[in-house]
Design a protein around this ligand. Structure first.
Ligand code: SF4
Length: 275
């Protein structure tokens, strides 16, 4: 059976950004020994169960590129050897574009995922709390990029579209854009924390899904692809896909997370495999 994502989530909680909606800080998963040495065994197990994935995603409760070169190299070698994935993605705060050796490990085979709230780097840096303008750094141009475009409430839908076109026209290495609503809390329903409150006040959430789909229909030619499996809409601009995940299915549907050596779901329950 094909799953959607295999997410490797490491638990350093170290990051060079201070996003006001930080998922790691909202969900507060326990700090664990990442047990990277068990990754190969778990992938072999999944293979023996006839399972493969559309995407491998290297992410973290924290910035993955702050892990050592050796850790990243071990992960990259292990997942390539497994042969279970159609595509590889590396989610970064942007720090990877100042770590040439680590970027060299992944840039050929991975899409690097970045997340932004504004085209203007000064504003993006101010809102997301970081101090190096990675998108205009020399190494940025060397990677294939997926842009997670966070939709903030103070902009109109027309402004989103103008800004997205600007990204694609300015940075040809951005290969795809994913429109993002933010999750208030994927671990439990507690929104009594400053990060969830910031999201409520400033960003679109899954309650805005239907509005986004309606606006997309009015403003852009879009086609629906893989709707049931991927739970998404897709619009093509300048031959590049702009996707929107509707989040109408259960969160994490068809995903498996590797955390602390275990295969789990987003509630940290051991995964029950679908076959
Ligand atoms: S980049 Fe990720 S881990 Fe870092 S502060 Fe932002 S949301 Fe949190």
């Amino acid at each position: 059976m094909k799953y959607k994502e295999f997410e490797l989530i490491l638990s350093s909680f170290r990051c060079n950004k201070n996003c006001p909606y930080c998922t790691a800080k909202i969900t507060k998963w326990p700090v664990v020994d990442d047990k990277i040495h068990c990754l190969e065994t778990q992938l072999d197990y999944l293979k023996s169960q006839g399972i493969s994935f559309r995407y491998f995603i290297f992410c973290g409760n924290g910035e993955p590129s702050l892990h050592s070169y050796e850790t990243i190299q071990t992960v990259v070698n292990t997942i390539k050897k497994a042969g279970l994935f159609d595509e590889f993605r590396f989610q970064s705060s942007g720090n990877i574009f100042f770590e040439k050796d680590k970027l060299d490990l992944i840039k050929k085979d991975f899409i690097v995922e970045i997340t932004r709230v504004d085209f203007d780097s000064k504003k993006d840096m101010e809102i997301l709390g970081y101090d190096k303008d990675y998108i205009n750094s020399p190494l940025f141009k060397e990677a294939n990029i997926r842009l997670n475009y966070v939709m903030l409430k103070h902009k109109s839908f027309e402004e989103y579209l103008v800004e997205i076109k600007k990204y694609l026209d300015t940075y040809p290495n951005i290969k795809t854009v994913s429109l993002k609503t933010l999750n208030l809390n994927t671990h439990n329903n507690d929104i009594n924390n400053p990060y969830s409150q910031w999201i409520l006040n400033n960003a679109l959430t899954k309650d805005d899904t239907d509005m986004v789909i309606q606006k997309m229909a009015q403003n852009a030619d879009f086609s629906v692809k893989d709707e049931v499996f991927f739970d998404r809409y897709e619009w093509i601009y300048a031959d590049k896909p702009i996707t929107f995940y509707t989040k109408k299915l259960d969160y994490g549907y068809s995903n498996i997370v590797y955390y602390g050596g275990e295969l789990v779901d987003y509630h940290l329950n051991k995964i029950q495999l679908k076959k």
